[in-house]
Design a protein around this ligand. Structure first.
Ligand code: ADP
Ligand code: GLC
Length: 476
C-alpha cells in the first residue's frame, strides 16, 4: 500500500473551475484499486467548508502566513480529504482565485504557499497519525512544496503533474520573506524566474518525477510555442517527464444512469435528449447537426476561431448551443452572435447539470482549442455518442480518431480533427462534419465507435501507480 498526499487547489464535486477538479476528485478513487491510499489536501475556501458537516480537527498551526489554521479530516464522495481551514486566507466572498471584479487575489502567493508549507509539514510529522510516502502536487499552486520539504530536510518524494503550463504562479521577489522561502535559493537553478519567484519553476526543478496529462502535450511542452517560457527548464528534466492521459469518472458520466438526462444505451436514445436540449436553448428543429460546446471562455479555448468559422457551422442547417463563462469580451461576442442568428444559442454561466444534458443531446462536441493539455469534454462526448470535432493538439490529438478515408475504411473513426489551428481549417472541418452527418450509416458507426472507446481511469491509474513506484525508488 502506497500512501500519497495530493496537494491541489480544487476538487470535484466540492469546488471546481475546470478539469483539474475532475481529476482531483476521480483519480484518488481509481488509485485505490491499485493499492494507493490518497488523501487530498485542499484549501478550506468558504464554499468548501459550507459543504462539510462532520470533520475532525487533526492538526493546528499557530502562525501560518498571518493567522492561525486548522487541518480538518473528513471523507466525501469516496475521497479522504484534509482541508486547510485558514480563515485569513480562504474565508472570503468571490471566486477561488479571483475577487468579484475578476482580478487575482493579491495574496494568492501566500494562499497557495500556505498549502505547500502544510503539505511539507504533513510529510514530516503526519496528520492525525497518517504520514504519506509521497506527495503528489498539481499545477503551480502546489509548486513550492519541494522548497518547504528541502527546508525541513525532509526527503519525501514529490511527483508534480502539469495540467496547464500557462499559469506560472509568479510572485514579486519582495515576497521572499513573507513566503518564508530560503533567500539563497532565489537563483536561476532554483525558483527564480526572470527576477520573480515562480512557484511553477520551483515544482519543476524540485520534483522527483514530472508528468503531464497527455503524451502529445508532454512533447509539445518541450517547444517554445507550448512551453511558455518553461520549455528550457523542462528540457533539462526531459528524462523525468511523462505523459499520462486523463480519464473520466465513468459513474458520474454514464448515459445509461445519468440522473440529469433521459438515459440511453445506444445513440438512438439521444433523439429525446436532443429535443429537450433544443427547447432549453430555444432552438427550432433543424435538419443539420446540433453542435455543443461547454468551456471556460479564454484565449486557450479558440472561441474566436469558432466565431469566425460560424458561417460553415450554420450552412446546411447546423446549430450551436454553447455554455461557458470567462473573458467578458468573448461573452459579449458570443451573445451578439446569438442575437444575430436564430440557430445560435448561448448561455453564459456555469451549470453542471446542463453540461450533462448538452453531452446527451448534442450531435457534435466542439473543442477548437489553441492548446489543450488533455481536455475532458471530448471524453464526455465520446462516452455519450456525441462526435468530437477538435483541434489537433495535446490530449485532443491522443483521444480522438480522425475520420480520415483510411480510418473510415477501417471503421475506427470517432471524430474529426483539424490542423493548422486556424479559423479556415476549422471551417473546413465543420463542412466535413456536415457531410458526414448526412451519411447516416457512417455517422452511426462513428457514434458507436465513440461509445465503445475506453475513457475511464483504469489504464492511467495504473500508470500513476508505476510513476509513484519509480519516484519512491529514486529517493531510496
Ligand atoms: P479546462 O480544465 O482547461 O477548463 P477541461 O476540458 O479539462 O478544460 O475541463 C473542463 C471541465 O469544466 C469539464 O468538466 C467541463 O464540463 C467543465 N466546465 C467548463 N465550463 C463549464 C460551464 N460553463 N458549466 C459547466 N461545466 C463547465
Ligand atoms: C487543465 C487543462 C485541461 C486538462 C485539465 C485536467 O485545466 O487545460 O486540458 O484536461 O487541466 O488535467
Amino acid at each position: 500500500m502506497i500512501k500519497a498526499l495530493f496537494v491541489v487547489s480544487e476538487c470535484a464535486p466540492l469546488v471546481k473551475t475546470g478539469g483539474l477538479a475532475d481529476v482531483a476528485g476521480a483519480l484518488p478513487v481509481a488509485l485505490a484499486e491499485h493499492g494507493v491510499a490518497v488523501r487530498v489536501l485542499l484549501p478550506g475556501y468558504r464554499t468548501v467548508l459550507s459543504q462539510i458537516d462532520k470533520a475532525e480537527v487533526v492538526e493546528t498551526y499557530a502562525g501560518l502566513f498571518g493567522g492561525a489554521a486548522k487541518l480538518l479530516a473528513c471523507r466525501l464522495a469516496g475521497v479522504d480529504l484534509l482541508i486547510l481551514d485558514a480563515p485569513h486566507l480562504y474565508d472570503r466572498d468571490g471566486a477561488i482565485y479571483a475577487n468579484a471584479t475578476g482580478n487575482d487575489w493579491p495574496d494568492n502567493p501566500e494562499r497557495f504557499a500556505a498549502l505547500c508549507k502544510v503539505a511539507a509539514q504533513i510529510a514530516k510529522d503526519g496528520a492525525g497519525g497518517w504520514t504519506p510516502d509521497l506527495v503528489h502536487g498539481h499545477d503551480w499552486q502546489a509548486g513550492l512544496t519541494p522548497e518547504y520539504l528541502h527546508d525541513l530536510n525532509q526527503p519525501t518524494p514529490f511527483v508534480f503533474t502539469i495540467h496547464n503550463i500557462a499559469f506560472h504562479g509568479n510572485a514579486d521577489a519582495s515576497k521572499l520573506k513573507t513566503l518564508d522561502l530560503e533567500p539563497t535559493r532565489f537563483t536561476a537553478d532554483h525558483f527564480e524566474f526572470w527576477g520573480q519567484i515562480s512557484a511553477l519553476k520551483a515544482g519543476l526543478i524540485g520534483a522527483t518525477k514530472i508528468n503531464t496529462v497527455s503524451q502529445t502535450y508532454a512533447e509539445e511542452l518541450l517547444t517554445p510555442e507550448f512551453g511558455i517560457g518553461m520549455d528550457g527548464v523542462l528540457a533539462a528534466r526531459r528524462a523525468d517527464v511523462l505523459g499520462i492521459v486523463n480519464g473520466i469518472d465513468l459513474e458520474a458520466w454514464n448515459p445509461e444512469t445519468d440522473p440529469n438526462i433521459q438515459t440511453y444505451k445506444t445513440a438512438a436514445g439521444k433523439a429525446a435528449n436532443k429535443k429537450t436540449l433544443r427547447k432549453t436553448f430555444g432552438l427550432r428543429p433543424s435538419k443539420g447537426p446540433l453542435y455543443v460546446l461547454v468551456s471556460r471562455l479564454t484565449e486557450q479555448k479558440g472561441i474566436d476561431l469558432l466565431l469566425e468559422a460560424l458561417p460553415s457551422l450554420l450552412a446546411d442547417g447546423g446549430q450551436l448551443a454553447l455554455l461557458g463563462s470567462g473573458d467578458p469580451r468573448l461573452e459579449i461576442a458570443l451573445l451578439e452572435a446569438a442575437d444575430g442568428h436564430e440557430n445560435v444559442a448561448v448561455k453564459i454561466g456555469y451549470d453542471e447539470q446542463l453540461s450533462h444534458q448538452m453531452m446527451a443531446g448534442g450531435d457534435v462536441i466542439l473543442v477548437p482549442s489553441r492548446f489543450e493539455p488533455c481536455g475532458l469534454t471530448q471524453l464526455y462526448g465520446l462516452r455519450y455518442g456525441t462526435v468530437p470535432l477538435v483541434a489537433l493538439t495535446g490530449g485532443l490529438a491522443d483521444t480522438v480518431i480522425n475520420a480520415s478515408p483510411a480510418a473510415l475504411a477501417r471503421g475506427v473513426a470517432t471524430g474529426v480533427q483539424f490542423f493548422p489551428i486556424t479559423a479556415q481549417a476549422l471551417a473546413n472541418a465543420l463542412e466535413r462534419i456536415n457531410e458526414l452527418f448526412k451519411d447516416r450509416k457512417t455517422w452511426k458507426k462513428m457514434q458507436q465507435n465513440a461509445m465503445k472507446q475506453p475513457v475511464g481511469w483504469q489504464t492511467s491509474a495504473a500508470a500513476y501507480h508505476d510513476l509513484y513506484v519509480s519516484a519512491l525508488e529514486t529517493t531510496k
